[in-house]
Design a protein around this ligand. Structure first.
Ligand code: NAD
Ligand code: UGA
Length: 462
């Protein structure tokens, strides 16, 4: 099949997930002159993208999809037809941590990525630009070019790296107004031409000075490093939260004081029960693995400690619960407010709430999980102990008869609940553990709660 000549460019994306769907919807909405087709092997996912109930929850996403869908944005399972038609192929398949063989537990599992490359080679009839949208180990583009250009049809594929920096919950705002767009290419004539084609897409709405072009290895590595730096800030402030609890310093005050230094900056300094999400841990471990494979063991250990601190923070949270609830939580009802890894998403991948729940279950607590968007995913995550857990979307119901509440996700709604009403329905003494430091602790104390925030003095009635 040749290109659809009604459109200036035929762009496709392989992988209709959290990145492929929103990113391509934004390109289609901003560039009605391009035909944008998003394909996936999951028929269920594609059906959901074509329905009123999109497969992911993301504020503002539906409006963007609705604007372009059927006009110049299409979702399809016909991967082959889409590949044939495309001039530019974004690849946004999953690149999880490898669970087997060499590098298990750290290295990126590139099987989906390579399968896509082989599909592209098999089906293509003309030259194409392949855009790495997935997060990949540095130097993957070299392997891809070898696989793609080993074809015997005389077709040339140019591989460009264009990593995605959107955060879930704010994906649409991030795509609409990105801090930067990064495009890395080979510095050959063909590479630079391919790079310019990708620049031209984003230049439809992103100011030119925010579109950075680099060599392809810098682009690949920058994505891993960006996530590592962000996660490192959280682990740094979380490590200090432990010290604050020992010294009566207040981690929020410390974060404000250091964040006022413009060299440090104030963002990403909220102490928490731990960072989650599909990428921070996976990408840091991938970075660690790459460093190890180049013999840079000190560098690898340095970055690995960011993940270790995060594991410590989750364990520490449960240990505090156990200690202050008189060293036993067996049989006690504990309501978790929030299960998503952050607010404004239904995504629970690597959510700290998973580990906290499993540890509480291990202590034989009766856990009730509450969340406005993530109950379905929570049920899948907790499959191994489903019969021991209750689920209640309504936080008031979850807290009925509970001994303790633990805030796991910073949903805005949790700030606004009627905590007097909740307190009245709980077992006494009633405990609240604020794993996100979002509540009014003084007010809760006055209601009668024993309040345990992170990294600041507790307020208790005994
Ligand atoms: P996802 O699991 O939500 O989506 C990946 C999709 O690819 C799935 O729907 C899967 O069915 C499809 N797929 C796999 N193999 C395929 C094949 N051979 N042909 C067609 N479809 C195939 O993953 P995601 O969260 O969108 O992440 C994708 C990539 O983007 C990852 O590398 C991730 O690290 C990176 N990333 C994710 C985020 C995020 O916020 N989730 C942000 C930036 C970068
Ligand atoms: C993160 C990055 O922010 C994106 O730039 C990147 O594209 C993406 O990973 C990716 O590669 O997948 P995301 O994981 O969606 O985005 O969400 P973040 O806002 O970064 O939050 C990650 C975790 O850190 C959440 O669990 C959040 O609650 C936690 N967090 C964040 C804190 O504990 N404290 C903070 O101050 C900020």
């Amino acid at each position: 099949m040749s290109r659809d000549s009604r459109f200036e460019k035929n762009i496709i994306c392989i992988g209709a997930g959290y990145v492929g769907g929103p990113t391509m919807a934004m390109i289609a909405a901003k560039c009605s002159q391009y035909k944008v087709t998003v394909v996936d092997i999951s028929a269920a996912r594609i059906a959901a993208w074509n329905s009123e109930h999109l497969p992911i929850y993301e504020p503002g996403l539906f409006e963007v999809v609705a604007e372009a869908r059927g006009r110049n944005l299409f979702f399809s399972t016909d991967v082959e037809a889409a590949i044939k038609e495309a001039e530019i192929i974004f690849v946004s398949v999953n690149t999880p941590t490898k669970t087997f063989g060499e590098g298990a537990g750290k290295a990126a599992d590139l099987q989906y990525w390579e399968k896509t490359a082989r599909d592209i080679v098999r089906v293509s009839e003309n030259d194409k630009i392949i855009v790495e949208k997935s997060t990949l180990p540095v130097r993957t583009a070299r392997a891809m070019e070898r696989i793609l250009n080993a074809n015997e049809k005389g077709i040339h594929f140019e591989v460009v790296s264009n990593p995605e920096f959107l955060a879930e919950g704010t994906a649409i705002a991030d795509l609409d107004n990105p801090d930067r767009v990064l495009i890395g290419s080979q510095l050959t004539e063909e590479g630079l031409r391919a790079c310019q084609s990708i620049v031209d897409i984003y230049a439809n709405w992103v100011p030119r000075e925010r579109i950075l072009t680099t060599n392809v290895w810098s682009a690949e590595l920058s994505k891993l490093v960006a996530n590592a730096f962000l996660a490192q800030r959280i682990s740094s402030i979380n490590s200090i939260s432990a010290l604050c609890e020992k010294t009566e310093a207040n981690v929020t005050e410390v974060a404000r004081a250091i964040g006022k230094d413009s060299r440090v900056g104030h963002r990403f300094l909220n102490a928490s029960v731990g960072f989650g999400g599909s990428c921070f841990k996976k990408d840091i471990l991938n970075l660690v693995y790459i460093c190890q494979s180049y013999g840079l063991h000190e560098v690898a250990r340095y970055w690995e400690s960011v993940v270790q601190m995060n594991e410590y923070q989750k364990r520490r949270f449960v240990q505090t619960m156990l200690r202050v609830m008189f060293n036993t939580i067996a049989g006690k009802r504990i309501a978790l407010f929030g299960f998503a890894f952050k607010a404004d998403t239904g995504d629970t991948r690597e959510s700290p709430a998973i580990d906290v729940t499993l540890q509480l279950v291990e202590e034989r607590a009766r856990v009730v999980v509450s969340d406005p968007q993530a109950i379905e995913n929570a049920k899948k995550d907790l499959e191994s102990c489903l019969s021991l857990i209750e689920f209640a979307e309504d936080p008031y119901k979850a807290a009925e008869g509970a001994h303790a509440i633990a805030i796991m996700t910073e949903w805005e709604d949790y700030r606004k609940l009627d905590y007097k009403r909740i307190f009245d329905q709980m077992e006494k003494p009633a405990f609240i553990f604020d794993g996100r430091n979002i509540l009014d602790h003084q007010k809760l104390y006055e209601i009668g709660f024993n309040v345990f925030p992170l990294g600041m003095p507790a307020s208790k009635h005994f």
